[in-house]
Unconditional design. Structure first.
Length: 150
């Protein structure tokens, strides 16, 4: 069986940060690594789930919304994937920082927090998402387009 691209990266050497995971045609997959594998505690479900709701909603309503294909958590609970069509790396990086800042500043109900909108809205906790986003924004605050490569 052929290995998928993400399994060819030595996860023991990954640090928290943001990386270009792969490019398929005009689609770029960004690795938003919020936890250092095998060193930091992984994200709990409440944190992961709430960041997904908040980030996905905000990014799909922002300046690059028409380019967003997907935002969601990694199964290993150490980060998220963001898939963007026709990506300008500098613009995507700026948008990620903007979205994180908006989540940190947000006061209100978590987006999609109802049984009609979500299959398990009982696991949404804004304070946990805000805490992770604040920590992660500090990790990537000084990152530039040059830093996006493994």
């Amino acid at each position: 069986m052929k290995k998928i691209t993400s399994f060819t990266i030595d996860h023991q050497t990954l640090n928290r940060g943001i990386y270009i995971s792969r490019t398929d045609g005009d689609v770029t997959t960004y690795d938003l690594r919020t936890k250092k594998p095998y060193t930091d505690e992984v994200m709990d479900n409440e944190t992961c789930h709430t960041v997904e709701h908040m980030f996905a909603t905000i990014v799909r309503n922002g300046p690059i919304s028409s380019q967003i294909i997907y935002f969601g958590p990694m199964g290993c609970q150490t980060g998220f994937y963001l898939l963007v069509r026709s990506a300008d790396h500098a613009a995507v990086l700026a948008e990620i920082k903007r979205v994180l800042s908006e989540i940190i500043a947000y006061e209100g109900e978590v987006y999609g927090n109802s049984p009609i909108e979500c299959g398990n809205c009982h696991t949404l906790k804004l304070s946990k998402a805000k805490s992770l986003c604040e920590e992660y924004l500090k990790d990537i605050a000084d990152k530039t387009e040059r830093d996006l490569y493994y």
